[in-house]
Design a protein around this ligand. Sequence first.
Ligand code: FRU
Length: 513
Amino acid sequence: MNTSPPPPRDSYSADLAHPEYHFTAPTGWINDPNGLCQWGDTFHLFYQFNPDTPVHRSIRWGHATSTDMVSWTDQPIALTPTAAGPDRDGCWSGVLVDDNGTPTIVYSAHDGDRQLPSLAFGDSSLTTWTKYDGNPVIEGPPPGLAVTAFRDHCVWREGDLWMQLVGSGIEGVGGTALLYESHDLREWTYRGPILVGDINLTEPVWTGSMWECVDLFELDGHHVLILSVWDEGTTHFSVYFKGTYSAGVFSPTAVDYLDHGLRHFYAPQTFRDDLGRRIIVGWMQEGREDDLTIRSGWSGCLTVPRVLSWGADGRLHQQPMPALERLRQDRWDAEPGRLSEGTRMQLGSDDSPTVDIELLVSAGSGAVLELDVLASPDGAEQTTITIDWGTSTLSVDRSRSSLEPADTTPLSGPINIVEGLVELRVLVDHSAIEVFANGTALSARAYPTRPDSTRVRLRVLGAAIDVLRATSWRLAAASEDRASEVDAEVAVPSTSPASRLANTPGHIQLVRD
Ligand code: FRU
């Protein structure tokens, strides 16, 4: 292992792609967020980390802490593979729970082609970790079940028992989440799958042969099962089932994409904070050529933390955590008014690769709004976000994002438009873009090569659009020193009796009827 201290993140400041307010590893590779929790007043983020090189190899658990989830302080690496241990090839994804005051990590110990549930115990600052000498705590997938894979964990308390889901899939059948129970986190009894997908079903959402990073929680009267679709060694996208979980069975009423950015929003994890908010963070993997990534020295970032809620359309909606707003600088406002068809205008300053845009617009079904971000003055590079009132869709076109080869897969998803109103929020942070339109989320990566690819331009096509509000800001880098300026956020308390029950820092306590 490379023991020299990592370079500070600002050593990447000449790299046009490196984000300033999205969390990246100090150097090297990051994938899934892990062990997300609020322990006392401190938020903890652990993550899949390879500090040596920006590739997925010999994975450790990186660790950072924060008081607001905007500025993070790096902590020592929490878990590293043990040469002769069951995690000799990597400490893969998992969660953190409060075992009667003992911070306890449940993670996948990776050895060869096997990953097995394992434990590590933390000190009170969650910075020193000791692996359980009885690892792995489950010796293998349930005997007799032909599984496609077996890893990743969701752990919560139900009465006197610990419950655990392990992500898996049944050969030829579909992805699944396998349920176990335990009195002490050390000895586990298999209960069965809580839900099994159908690999042949492509509508409304294909859920593949294996479910990674399963996450079960209650949100305002409904249960949610989040999973990430993995198939044939390829990561695809994240999905959620909405429904009811009871007595070891999840009965779904709906399934949908969690984020329409497909592989650019993967392996998310959620936790409930002390204000009762269900917060989600996902991994935004790279979309540029591998050799460019290797040469850059870093790979991947995490989304900003987002707050989950149910929309009036019955779908899971996401909004950036309000604390992010403290990074806003250089406010720019447009005059409210009607923009006729054919209008083209620039929004905000023209020289910032970090922007936060809020638009509240209203239009009839013939209208289309195009918003170019990361655009060069001559349009040689631009990433175009489109709202189409006729088809009720949000889309992102990256075919002209970069003069270099990069992922240009078209991205789009349905939005719920009521009385013509669209509330659009766009976060741009160099190569990381997050779009929220009436609660629908779409994450994307784009790689402009020109330093002047920083403009934001708006076009009105098809029919006039009324602008009720149009504001943009530059967002400052999320460095540690500003964290103390944050005021406490006010959250709307949840009305659901279940969500008011005590929970572990990692996961809410699920309630049985
Ligand atoms: C998801 C994933 C998990 C696994 C981890 C390994 O991206 O493949 O299933 O535990 O990453 O880093």
